[in-house]
Design a protein around this ligand. Structure first.
Ligand code: NDP
Ligand code: GDR
Length: 401
């Protein structure tokens, strides 16, 4: 059943989501993305629009604008035939999700919305469970309630955090889970409820077990972005020092652009299956700090051990770090950022994704790091210029997590 036709009412950059022009969209595939304003949601929306999809996204109401990552693909609904539609909603609100699903009747749902920060989940465990675990159930149940379970395909954003205390190296689709945070436990419920709806109702539901993936759009308090943004600011004299947690942690880092391609590929198969998405390469947080500094022309020497370690500048080359001199301390470990239970090491084996879907990551962790530093340096240079001319710098130095 198509939704009611009509022109979308639009105010202040947001489609209020009740109606859209159906006639113009017959034959076009329709996708609904929860978490469209996040890192993955923004890349996935771009990707699906390029493929000719009509894309709907659920956006939370906030007291200030929160669509920065998708502003560049935003389309004024007054234009003819817009392909991107935003709906106000929240994964904690069943009636809202049911209404949006009944209006959009999507061919594909990508459930990316989540309280996605592991450290924050220790601070807000109940909320994390409500959004990440119950939110997934609400989406699946709304699809079933509306009778869409045989027509709507469902992608669940599962995570390598499920492996937690790892039982096998590298981790595959069959490695046992041992979650180590309220976030991972909530995501474990989401994983199994997606499997359950597949088995119980024959629903096309897939879990993508994605290892860490980053980009210039990564949230500022995840470790890679905290490092690239922090060091770029320090290099330009906007901050003094980067305070870090466990820099011995090992991760398998890929690029979000590569990973959203695989999210789509997973829903194009004949039968639903779960896949590990990873690069198969592992590096430490300390190595990521070293690469980022090198991109700024700065060589670092680490002193101490993981608990009271510092990084000192030993050499500065080029013109990216005018504020730094040999001897400066740019990083200190602060145990405040240690987690109550840590995931020390993760390394994925993407062999199944390669064999079955022909998927391989195209961007290396080092290339991604270079891209992130370049973008953060560009912003830091702009901010340094503002500061130099006496203007306020829009810098949020709060780097919780
Ligand atoms: P982000 O934190 O960048 O984005 C999360 C999105 O979820 C944002 O759009 C956010 O909205 C939205 N959201 C948060 N709470 C709610 C809520 N209550 N109701 C509706 N939407 C909500 O995450 P990523 O893009 O990095 O990750 C996407 C998904 O993939 C997440 O589920 C994450 O847990 C999972 N994942 C991520 C990995 C990674 O390395 N990036 C690896 C494995 C899994 P707002 O913008 O308003 O905050
Ligand atoms: P993670 O990503 O917890 O793996 O979850 P994050 O970048 O937050 O941490 C990676 C590792 O770095 C260590 N670390 C620090 N982390 C942060 N955030 N800040 C620090 O100062 C710091 N110092 C060291 C962490 O302890 C950890 O070991 C991400 C999220 O995107 C999840 O949603 C997703 O499911 C997993 O990746 C796969």
């Amino acid at each position: 059943l198509p939704p009611a036709g009509g022109t979308a009412p639009f105010r202040a950059g947001i489609i209020l989501g009740r109606h859209f022009d159906v006639a113009a969209h017959i034959g076009t595939k329709r996708a609904l993305i929860t978490g469209i304003t996040g890192q993955d949601g923004s890349y996935l929306a771009e990707f699906l629009l390029e493929k000719g999809y009509e894309v709907h996204g659920i956006k939370r109401r906030a007291s200030s604008f929160n669509t920065q990552r998708i502003d560049h693909i935003y389309e004024d609904p007054h234009e003819r035939n817009p392909q991107l539609h935003l709906h106000y909603g929240d994964l904690t609100d069943s009636s809202n999700l049911t209404r949006i699903l009944s209006e959009v009747r999507p061919d594909e749902v990508y459930n990316l919305g989540a309280q996605s920060h592991v450290a924050v989940s220790f601070e807000s465990p109940e909320y994390t469970a409500d959004v990440d675990a119950m939110g997934t159930l609400r989406m699946l149940e709304a699809i079933r309630f509306l009778g869409l379970e045989k027509t709507t395909r469902f992608y669940q954003a599962s995570t390598s955090e499920l492996y937690g205390l790892v039982q096998e190296v590298p981790q595959t689709e069959t490695t046992p889970f041992h979650p180590r945070s309220p976030y991972a436990v909530a995501k474990m419920y989401a994983y199994w409820i997606a499997v359950n709806y597949r088995e119980a109702y024959g629903m096309y539901a897939c879990n993508g077990i994605l290892f860490n993936h980053e980009s210039p759009r990564r949230g500022e308090t995840f470790v890679t972005r905290k490092i690239t943004r922090g060091l770029a600011n320090i290099a330009q004299g906007l901050e003094d020092c980067l305070y870090m947690g466990n820099i011995d942690a090992l991760r398998d880092w890929g690029h979000a652009k590569d990973y959203v391609r695989m999210q789509w590929m997973m829903l194009q198969q004949e039968a639903p299956e779960d896949f590990v998405i990873a690069t198969g390469k592992q590096y430490s947080v300390r190595e990521f700090i070293t690469w980022s500094a090198a991109e700024l022309g700065v060589t670092l020497t680490f002193e101490g051990n993981g608990v009271s370690e510092i990084a000192r500048v030993s050499k500065v080359e080029g013109d990216s770090a005018p504020a730094l001199n040999p001897g400066d301390v740019v990083m200190r470990v602060d145990p405040k950022y240690f987690r109550p239970a840590e995931v020390e090491t993760l390394l994925g084996d993407p062999a199944k994704a390669k064999a079955r879907l022909g998927w391989e990551p195209e961007i290396t962790a080092q290339e991604m790091c270079a891209e992130m530093v370049a973008e953060d340096l560009h912003t830091a240079r702009r901010h340094a210029l503002l500061k130099q001319h006496g203007y306020a710098v829009p810098l949020s130095l709060e780097a919780a997590g």
